[in-house]
Write a new protein. Sequence first.
Length: 527
Amino acid sequence: AIAPGDSYSHTFTSAGSGVFYARVSAAQPGGLVGRVSLNGQGGDELRDGEYLSAAVALSGDLTVNITNNSSQAASFGGIRLAQQPDVEYVELLNLSDSEQDLSNFTLEAFNSDGELIAGWPGRIPDGTRIQPYQHLIVTVDNTDAAPAPARLCGSGLSFQRVWGFSGVGMIFDEFADTIDKAFDLLADAGGSVVLKDGQARQVDAVEYESFQVAPFASLERADPGARFDSDGDGLFDGWYPCEALEKATPGQTNENKGMYTEESPLVKTKHDPAQMTVYNRPLAGLQELAMIPSGEPWALLAVEDISKMADHFSLQPLLVNQYLGGDFRVNGSFFESGHKGDSGVWESGAAPGSYYLSVISAGAAAQGQRAEIDYKTDAMNAFSPQSSLVFYDGAALYGFLELPAGTKSVQVRIRNEADVFISIAKIVLEPAMIVKGRINVNTAASEVLQSILTDELTAKILSSRPIGSRSPDKLGLGDLFLIDQDFMPQHDLLTVKSNIFEILCRGESSAAALAQQSIRTVVDRVE
């Protein structure tokens, strides 16, 4: 509390750097806060829930100074820093081989209940075009000036000021005079975003959940060609929080967990590794790899033999991480149970195929820990028979399972069978090293491609090789779908990754591992 005539000061360390709107709260709803300044900026008389009139620039620590010049008691409950809605943006990618005219396309945002959020739609200006395979940043407030909503202009906060370059500013025709800094145009509580063309026809639509949203971070796709839809409602929902240092990468390469496979808690492998030159010869010396403890010489492997195995490594692990509910308690990213009989159900989108199902606990498994597990898919009428889970060194393997044709999602049910604490970190479906029918578009003969594709699509592949990580455009996993949208129905039959076989080798200088070196080699596949 701040008595009449008194002042209050508090410093928040490492508050961050940038330009922000500042919203204060009082200890009581609607109560007086007082005259507020931040690092000497501001000086507005504010009540609970009100904003400083102008954005403030911060760098590191944040000192709040409040003076109560009234005759009534005031209080300070906290401060919220935000950059929305000015810096909110949507990034579009042209997944075609031709220029697209986006004149008068519109974006609409809906909340988690399917209701249109106040302020939308936003219109893309006439004459806006996006080139083949290129990104376009559509912004709410591009340069702190028109066509941004009038109440956002001149605030000192804009997309260009935060990111250092311009996008394309949307036009909010209906709400141009009402949108202000209190608007959350892309709801933090989850929702969906719909792109429509100039004739109001839906072009694309995506959705996201509140648990996917992180402060000052964008949501990204891992593969621009993927069509992940875990709930089967026709909207893409396979988002990942950006993990770049900037917490968002508009116009740049994405950086998120979906782009990696976790080999261990400390080691991650990017799906699209950098290229290395590998010679089919003995190693030249210790500069190429440290000594091998066994002293056995390296065996030469023919490139042809390696290439025959390459297709087995073109799938990535799947995390069953959507908790549908039950007796397990959510604690951050862990799911905990301490009582016999507790059960929970988790779900994830999945495709037909062969998998190994395992459960990873948080830390080493407790002594006497026992559980039962079963699973079902949307193509199955009931859960599979229950099986015992035996934890060893923090992991329990259910074993092999086959997801039948028509599978779009899988549910896993776990039941605690002892009065021992269980903490589950993740449930993993690891694709079995068996891939049936996947054809490498870079190495397959035209007759093989024509067995599943039209002559037109086959010709596009043959004229565009190499596709994927070897492409001069370096567009990564989505290259195949950037060529032509008609490849989408054949998504599960084709691969662009098996032209590379990746081997991780480790050598140690002694059994005590006084020195060790890891080398990742990549071998080009030949026809």
